[in-house]
Design a binder for this molecule. Sequence first.
Ligand code: ADP
Length: 502
Amino acid sequence: MKVLSVTSELFPLVKTGGLADVTGALPKALSTHGVETRTLLPGYPRVLERLGDASVLAELTLLGVKCRLLCSEVEGLELYVLDSPDLYDRRGGLYVDENGFDYPDNWKRFAALSLAGALLADGELDPWRPHVVHAHDWQAAMTPVYLRHKLESTTPTMLTIHNLAFQGQFSFERLGDLQLPSKSYDIGCLEYYGSASFLKAGIQTSDIVTTVSPTYAREILSETLGMGMEGVLRANRSKLKGIVNGIDTEVWNPAKDSCLVATFDTEKLTRRALNRQHLTKLFDFGHPQGPVFAVVSRLTWQKGIDLLIEAVPHLVQAGGRLIVCGQGDRDLQDGLANLAKEYPEKVAVSIGYNEGLAHLIFGGSDFLIQPSRFEPCGLTQLYALRYGAIPIVGRTGGLSETIIDANDAATAIETATGIQFHPVNTDELKHAIDRAFEIHEDHESMRKLQRHGMSADFTWQCSARRYARMFHEMSRLSPRIVPLSVPPVARRLQTSTKASAG
Ligand code: ADP
């Protein structure tokens, strides 16, 4: 069984959030279920740097832009990389410029990626031909559209929504020529409240739509969390499934993690104190008796960072410390920076993306706060669990499924792993923080929660089996794929060249 995964992010090459973790981990997990995955992603400079020797599979023009399709293997991941400096060599982030504004040609950058995915899936660029295409988020959501509407291919497609807040919406004036037939622009496909939405078009066109937890799959059918897409999703309800994410326990293993000062496991939990010591020294906290809280997150409204800011005085006055590692909205970054100034040695803020620091924070802090207003799955709380930081989470989406609240019943049968609060507002967050202080004072309760969390099984085992089963079912429904021996449109170059954006 062969699957082509099309994505705009992939760990360990390029990551802004959980999407990369999933697309990086799933191929390994699927391989044990007889699924061979190859992944297509954009040739951002940091991806090209990691490719080393890559073969050039094809030189082609996509939506008027010159591109090369490269092929390589990195850390066990089989990759296709769409190399096009015009599209992907940018100064800012993956999707926004240095000032936080979307690149105006994002439609073209990701439509081209999707078109390349469709051509690959249809066997036009490489003899390797997938039985199923797995597209991730709006950036890849046009892959099924190109397959069905442009190439008239029946290759089965799955679209996974990692976060419905991002819909790839463009006004028709800004949208250039997608090279699709006119029927693709109508209400049955791209048209969305007078604009075009890549995500909507993908939902309409894919055979299966999944999202990253069963709870979120239900929540997005409601007006509250449907983000305007609830009508489209309800109409496509029969093909909507929720599969919870897992974590890569090789990358996230406190017993072997080189980012930690001291490795540990449930048997050697006392060693964890060395990481806490290091962390508190790093942030000039002295030797705090009270709990050390932490946040590792995109700093956005979704993640409830404004609620956190309001709760910080309460946390500090009660004797807690707070470390925040993240980046995002300017006003939230400024709000946090002001708190760090107001409470030196009690609140520390590290603005930016720092993978190593994130590992250390999970392995050294006492509690990880995640006050998300909505959370499709959330991986951060799973890493915290595995590293012995007790999660404090808003009860929504995947957070409600993965964290067992330390209420009396769960504590009595020793299944609790964290603290949930609901509704998600500042008062409830403060109350949850108070509960954390109580737990922290009781050494035995603290240790039990940590042990339960560290022992909880969030490997990909179960979810990968579900994906694999679906891929197998989908492939059985499709007509037999006849492998092409000679790619018809690609000019295959026999030479192996250094991958570059040239
Ligand atoms: P989302 O994808 O919505 O941002 P997830 O919890 O699913 O949220 O995944 C977030 C991922 O990004 C986790 O791997 C988390 O550790 C990581 N992360 C978030 N912010 C930072 C940061 N500032 N530095 C390092 N890693 C971060």
